[in-house]
Design a protein around this ligand. Structure first.
Ligand code: ZN
Length: 343
């Protein structure tokens, strides 16, 4: 009896496997960057020098560790907002000054009110479909007289988001407006418990049922111990959890343009760190939006005052930013909307 069941299962299993691998190869074949030279043109605009300028600014002492609700964080938000104003990247109609106020009443620890920063480029063909690209702007503030600069966490993601927005803005100016709308969202209050992204997900400026995907960056400028001998990597978390297509789009973007080692270690369901639940993308996943979390892993300066800009690996930050841009390009410009389907 046991043997019989086993052989039936084996038979069923192998048929299913064939169908599955056919589906995967059909899916892979359908993903191709037919405007490769155009993408390359705008990838070139993302440079380690410009990332460094933004990161040094954001992680500087004058912002006092960017604690939610404090003056230092409000000032760095002004810096971020000015980048969008200067580039003439629009604010949404609903928040014409780019600031979505996050009220004191929803924040913990008696923190003052804060703000998410929202800018967007309207899509040319499917303006009602939205790709979100996100990074948190806040950090830990000043503790025991020491400034927590948060260069990697999350000066790196903040700088990357600004460079990605600039690249899409340049493309738009040159006549390559994305087919779908792209929302650049700098959320607040991540460190105190993902409150800024939670507030956005419950009070979206653009309807989340029309969100194609959310690409979130939180710590992408450093190298962890696991990769000391080969720094050419990024952890990719969540890409296959709601959409197989999203997973393969990222792989295709990587193999076509970037060639980082995509490390899926922390995407495992049983990974004890459970990073999938620990940054802002998760609030979008809870609303049914396919997400990816790009992350470099923890290092010796994680959540310490020693997370400073001199320790950032800028060429690597550039490569990772380019991967996210190329992935975003495809999601925003593909003929058909990303399918929310696991195969
Ligand atoms: Zn962070």
């Amino acid at each position: 009896m046991k043997v019989f069941i086993a052989s039936v299962l084996l038979f069923v299993g192998s048929c299913a496997t064939i169908r599955h691998s056919e589906k995967i190869s059909n899916l892979k074949n359908s993903i191709s960057f037919n405007d490769k030279s155009v993408v390359e043109e705008y990838l070139k605009t993302i440079t380690s020098e410009e990332l460094k300028i933004h990161l040094i600014e954001v992680a500087s002492d004058k912002y006092n560790g960017r604690m939610t609700g404090e003056e230092g964080h409000n000032l760095v938000c002004d810096y971020i907002r000015d980048q969008y104003k200067n580039r003439e990247i629009n604010a949404p109609e609903l928040v014409p000054d780019y600031y979505q106020k996050v009220p004191k009443t929803i924040l913990p620890n008696d923190l003052n009110a804060s703000q998410n920063i929202i800018a967007y480029i309207e899509g040319a063909e499917f303006p009602e479909e939205y790709l979100y690209i996100t990074a948190h702007s806040d950090h830990e503030g000043v503790i025991d007289g020491e400034i927590y600069n948060g260069a990697d966490d999350n000066g790196s993601g903040t700088a990357a988001l600004l460079e990605i927005a600039e690249a899409f803005s340049q493309a738009t100016t040159d006549g390559y407006r994305p087919k779908r709308s792209i929302v650049f969202l700098h959320v607040t209050a991540e460190e105190v418990g993902l409150y800024g992204s939670k507030f956005y997900s419950e009070n979206p400026v653009f309807p989340l049922e029309n969100a194609v995907a959310t690409l979130n960056m939180d710590m992408i400028g450093r190298v962890d111990n696991r990769h000391k001998d080969d720094e050419n990597y990024i952890y990719v978390i969540g890409s296959n959890r709601m959409s197989s297509e999203l997973h393969y789009i990222t792989e295709e973007a990587n193999s076509t343009f970037i060639n980082l080692n995509l490390d899926y270690k922390y995407n495992a369901d049983n990974d004890p760190n459970q990073y999938y639940y620990r940054s802002d993308h998760y609030n979008f996943a809870l609303k049914g939006v396919p997400v990816i979390f790009f992350f470099n892993g923890e290092h010796e300066d994680y959540t310490k005052p020693t997370d400073t800009e001199d320790k950032i690996n800028y060429p690597l930050l550039e490569k990772r930013t380019k991967l996210i841009f190329a992935t975003a390009w495809y999601l925003a410009n593909s003929k058909t909307r990303l399918k929310k389907e696991i195969i």
